[in-house]
Design a protein around this ligand. Structure first.
Ligand code: SAH
Length: 471
């Protein structure tokens, strides 16, 4: 049977794809339906029909899945941030565990038996809402010309006005409203992507969960100073915990959010946060902790409680005795490096963002850690260079790359360096699987792995994997 656009079908959702879309079949014809949950029976309308499959719109849920829940946020369907809010958190965790498993099998080419043996159960959050310590809100105007801020709708740059995101901290709302109020009072315009005109592009908010310090950075499209800056600062200081207010100038017409530099206009340049080492048996806190200075430009994990669990697992997987030389690639502000330093002889971190490396060095000093060294540059350039020219070696290499995974030159150098163990921390299990294949086609084997959910409501998860050298 051939189906075409606008056909209405009833279908049972049997699976979910990597973007969280529901998948069902009618007479062998596959339907991909956004917002449908595994276990639902739904009525859908075909939007785009191909020979063997179609993308369809959810019209009505006729029999809700046992995993279906009432979403906390009323914008969850339009907003590009959350894909799984209509699913119970338990079902979300199951989905993520399966997603990692499937990627390791399909992309990595690993045996099902091996994957099931080495993957431990996913580590979930205690509270899957209000966990994000950072958000970047675009600023714009609605069709009536009112100033708005919120999040981009899925796949577009239309702004959904929402100052109360369910994943963010409760202070976001007051801060965003303060900025909008300042803009209205002082006739400061919102940036318009289409024309390249207007002033305020984004509002970055970050909170140190341990310190309760808050940082706000306005990303603006002008070299001129902001008018009546004092009023902006006055309004922002009404939020308890306000510690740093800054401006970043970005006049480029690109999707990059931050400008290259940041200027503090009130308070400190950075906020602090503390990450504890946890016992990996029950994830209870130990008294070992590292504190960090975080600037607006540096990468810092968005879910600090789950980060503690993830890094504690990475630390355990690294199996350090105090005698090892460790390389921490993609080290950001040195979070993992400093976490490992207490148990290693020496840790070397590599990171592409120079400001993050400056922060990493300051953070080492701040914590009185002296057995670490940081290098600014691309991991795929710094590591081969140091290996070829200086013959550096490593007992353990930790990598924590962005979603695109490790560059091949980096993986090849790791294979040449032959560390005893490699700990791979990943935020995208598809590229993780691809890279693990390269390492396991070399002389490594996977020993253990575990997903740690850092991103409730979304399809994303972190994963940590331990590889050991054969022989
Ligand atoms: N380990 C850190 C950061 C992980 S995020 C932490 O947990 O906080 C990934 C980091 O890789 C980011 O800081 C990003 O700036 C950096 N990065 C991206 N591409 C890189 C490359 N080619 N070489 C080195 N670092 C890179």
């Amino acid at each position: 049977m051939e189906y075409k656009k606008n056909d209405i079908l009833t279908v049972t959702i049997e699976d979910m794809g990597s973007d969280g879309e529901g998948i069902g079949k009618v007479d062998g014809y596959t339907l991909f339906i956004k917002d449908a949950v595994i276990g639902d029976v739904v009525i859908c309308k075909i939007m785009k029909a191909k020979k063997n499959y179609a993308y369809a719109k959810l019209e009505k849920v006729t029999e809700p899945s046992v995993s279906r829940v009432t979403p906390v946020c009323r914008y969850h369907k339009q907003c590009g941030g959350c894909q799984l809010q209509a699913m119970s958190y338990e079902a979300q965790l199951e989905y993520k565990q399966n997603k990692v498993r499937n990627n390791l099998i399909r992309i990595g080419g690993f045996d099902k038996e091996l994957v099931d043996r080495i993957m431990e159960p996913i580590v979930g959050m205690e509270n899957p809402y209000h966990y994000r310590n950072k958000a970047q809100f675009p600023v714009g105007t609605d069709k009536d010309g009112n100033l708005i801020t919120g999040f981009y709708a899925g796949r577009t740059h239309d702004i959904i006005a929402n100052t109360d995101c369910a994943l963010g901290v409760k202070e976001n709302r007051q801060i965003l409203e303060a900025v909008l109020r300042y803009m209205k009072e002082s006739s400061v315009t919102a940036y318009d992507e289409k024309t390249g005109k207007g002033i305020v592009r984004h509002i970055l908010i970050r909170k140190g969960f341990a310190s309760e310090e808050i940082m706000v950075c306005l990303i603006i499209n002008t070299l001129k100073p902001l008018p009546v800056k004092g009023r902006l600062i006055e309004l922002l200081r009404e939020t308890p915990g306000m510690t740093s207010v800054s401006i970043s100038i970005n006049t480029e017409r690109t999707n990059v959010i931050m400008g290259k530099e940041v200027r503090t206009i009130w308070g400190k340049d950075t906020i602090t946060d503390t990450i504890h080492v946890r016992n990996t048996s029950d994830f209870s806190l130990t008294d070992k902790a590292i504190s960090f200075h975080i600037s607006p430009l540096s990468f810092y994990q968005v879910n600090p409680l789950q980060t503690e669990k993830l890094y504690s697992l990475a630390l355990e997987y690294a199996g350090l005795t105090g005698r090892e030389t460790v390389w921490d690639l993609y080290c950001g502000i040195g979070t993992i490096s400093l976490f490992l330093a207490g148990s290693a002889k020496r840790v070397c971190g590599v990171e592409i963002v120079p400001q993050a490396i400056e922060d990493a060095r300051k953070n080492a000093e701040f914590n009185g850690i002296t057995n670490v060294e940081f290098f600014a540059g691309k991991a795929e350039e710094v590591l081969p260079e140091k290996y070829e020219q200086e013959g550096i070696r490593a007992d353990v290499i930790v990598v924590d790359p962005p979603r695109k995974g490790c560059d091949e030159a980096c993986l090849n150098t790791m294979l040449k360096m032959q560390p005893q163990r490699i700990v791979y921390v990943s935020c995208d299990s598809a590229t993780l699987a691809r890279d693990l294949k390269v390492l396991c086609d070399g002389s490594y084997e996977i020993v253990r792995g575990r997903a740690v959910d850092q991103f409730g409501g979304t399809v994303h998860t972190e994963v940590v994997v331990l590889l050991q050298r054969n022989g």
